[in-house]
Design a protein around this ligand. Structure first.
Ligand code: FES
Length: 87
């Protein structure tokens, strides 16, 4: 599990195995726009303010993934123990 802070919402959640960041945040009352939920459409892309995402999507290209400053919260996870995202 890892921690995700939605900075603009002032909400922090734990994301357990088998649960997406988007789902964990929605359960905590944060509005998260998702569509495909499979990492394809880009609807859920958020800016990453702190931490290192573990990119699992097929939307961002390799260069964008390497920059680690945005991520698909429907399916990507974290390499760091904590992520801060702009939601
Ligand atoms: Fe489509 Fe996340 S909802 S990429």
């Amino acid at each position: 599990a890892f921690e995700v802070e939605a900075a603009a919402s002032g909400v922090s959640v734990w994301v357990e195995e088998g649960m997406s960041i988007a789902q964990a945040l929605k359960d905590a009352g944060v509005k998260v726009d998702v569509s495909c939920e499979e990492g394809v459409c880009g609807t859920c892309i958020c800016d990453v303010l702190e931490g290192t995402p573990d990119h699992r999507d097929h939307f961002l290209n390799d260069e964008e993934k390497a920059d680690n400053d945005q991520m698909a919260v429907c399916c990507s996870r974290a390499k760091s123990e904590r992520l801060v995202i702009d939601l």
